[in-house]
Design a protein around this ligand. Structure first.
Ligand code: SF4
Length: 489
């Protein structure tokens, strides 16, 4: 583990290139004593959004102090780090990245000195025009210190073309494409923004006269804050000693593209994401799944934790007994957000223990949230058979994932997706189940009012709501490299 902690005048960061894709968690606060303690709690509550790095920057009104490092929140922060970060405002970040990007220099918040002072930046999402912006700035002499896509915002903020505080932040944000929820901070101001299509969540709360921002509402509750509202797509919110002000940096779009996969898998069940409680949504998914794909069986078991609510829903709607066929080891990270294939494979063995007495001799419905590469569900089906299950029927609470995500969630390149080029029967055969049923796209949107106009589901149907031509070129290159055996680093 490598941690950085300092006043901001001693940063030396090496430069190299790797993957920008990431899914992360943000937490920011303004106007409370001991901001660092709240940020620590808020990051801890969102640990599931990123387990590879954590950091926070705190201001006492005159100076910024930071501490960040690679690892879980409780690895990175010790009591002495928290106490050293004195100040009443700050922002924090938990980070997930893909291959090759788990490096200290990429841990956020990023910090940069511009002509008007220090800026700290924390980003959740994926900027689809980052490579172009980066290349343009590099051609004009700019030097990048990290390999994250987020750093292009630093250069936009420093660009004299966009100068003048909030207006200039809005103008800089308007240059970005793709998915972003940002928290930004100067020594006397915290800002929060979401991209015009609203891919990633970001909520606003209040706490003892101060303001709190978090990717997920579970973090607001964890610090005792009261939820006020979501930051609107295309909105920039600024909090200073004068209070809260809201600006639009983009017109209200005729549709949004909020990530439905936050509801399916990523968000914590006790969060309300885009106005809907995640747990309740997943129960509805399970009930719908039972209607769409009924089967005669003895028990319904979930893949814990994210499959639990959907399995409950399936059990309720079908009348089939719910039980726990697998027990989760909570001290192993979620395999989906581990960075390397090797780590994924090892994580699968460690993560779940089967309960043979529950499944032996039974016809089992196994409910999971999604199938990405297929190797995980394949092994779980075989675990069930080895434990004596008579039949294994797999039910998945989202449609087949056939397309990569360019907006912040690390789905494999297309060729690694098990449903790419396979129909449902072929996937069933691959995973070794007796039957396989996916939730339909209609079922996926059923819990939401006006779902088709509000939610992105491009990974299911390939209908990308934003221009991904630059990313597609990059993906093609990666897939060619993978085929030719060329890896990162
Ligand atoms: S492509 Fe899928 S995972 Fe990516 S933002 Fe859209 S719904 Fe979410």
């Amino acid at each position: 583990m490598s941690n950085h902690s300092s006043l901001l005048d001693d940063r030396v960061m090496p430069t190299d290139l790797d993957e920008p894709h990431e899914e992360c968690g943000l937490f920011g606060i303004f106007g409370v004593p001991s901001a660092a303690e709240f940020i620590y709690t808020g990051l801890f509550a969102q640990q599931h959004r990123g387990q590879e790095g954590a950091g926070m920057v705190v201001s006492d009104g005159t100076r910024l102090r930071y501490h960040k490092g690679v690892g879980h929140v409780h690895d990175v922060f010790q009591a002495e780090n928290i106490h050293a970060l004195g100040g009443s405002m700050g922002i924090g970040h938990v980070r997930y990245s893909t291959t090759g990007a788990s490096r200290p220099q990429n841990v956020q918040p990023l910090i940069a000195e511009c002509v008007d002072g220090l800026w700290a930046i924390a980003h959740n999402g994926n900027l689809t025009n980052a490579a172009t912006l980066r290349r343009n700035y590099q051609r004009s002499g700019s030097i990048f210190q990290t390999t994250t896509d987020s750093e292009v915002l630093v250069h936009l903020l420093a660009d004299p073309h966009y100068r003048n505080r909030c207006q200039h932040v809005g103008r800089a944000l308007a240059e970005l494409r793709g998915a972003f929820a940002f928290l930004l901070m100067t020594r006397d101001c915290v800002m929060a923004a979401r991209d015009p299509l609203g891919f990633r969540p970001l909520s606003l709360g209040t706490l003892d006269g101060g303001y709190v921002f978090a990717s997920e509402t579970c973090a607001l509750r964890q610090v005792g804050a009261t939820f006020v509202r979501d930051i609107e797509p295309g909105e920039l919110v600024q909090v200073t000693a004068r209070g809260l002000a809201s600006y639009r940096f983009a017109e209200v779009a005729p549709r949004t593209a909020q990530c439905v996969f936050e509801q399916v898998y990523f968000a914590r069940p006790d969060s309300n994401i885009f106005g809907y409680n995640v747990h309740q949504t997943r129960i509805q998914y399970g009930m719908q799944l039972a209607k769409e794909h009924p089967v005669e069986a003895d028990i319904v078991i979930p893949i814990p934790d994210s499959g639990v609510a959907a399995a409950l829903g399936y059990s309720r709607a079908s009348g089939i007994l719910f039980d726990m066929g697998f027990i989760r080891n909570h001290y192993v990270g979620r395999t989906f957000i581990m960075p390397e294939q090797g780590k994924r494979a090892r994580g699968i063995d460690m993560k779940l223990s089967i309960m043979p007495d529950v499944v032996r001799g039974k016809r089992v419905v196994m409910v999971d949230d999604s199938i990405v590469r297929g190797n995980t569900v394949q092994r779980r089906v075989s675990f069930l058979r080895e434990a004596g299950a008579r039949e294994v029927h797999v039910r998945i609470s989202c449609p087949p994932i056939r397309h990569p995500c360019f907006f912040g969630i690390d789905f494999a390149t297309t060729t690694e997706l098990v449903a790419d080029g396979r129909n449902v029967e072929q996937v069933r055969d691959y995973i070794g189940a007796d039957s396989l049923g996916y939730l339909s796209e209609e079922g996926l949107l059923a819990p939401f009012a006006d779902g088709p106009r509000k939610f992105c589901r491009a990974c299911f149907n390939g209908d990308y709501p934003a221009d991904i031509s630059q990313m597609r070129g990059k993906l093609d290159l990666e897939e060619r490299q993978a085929e030719e055996g060329v890896g990162h680093e």
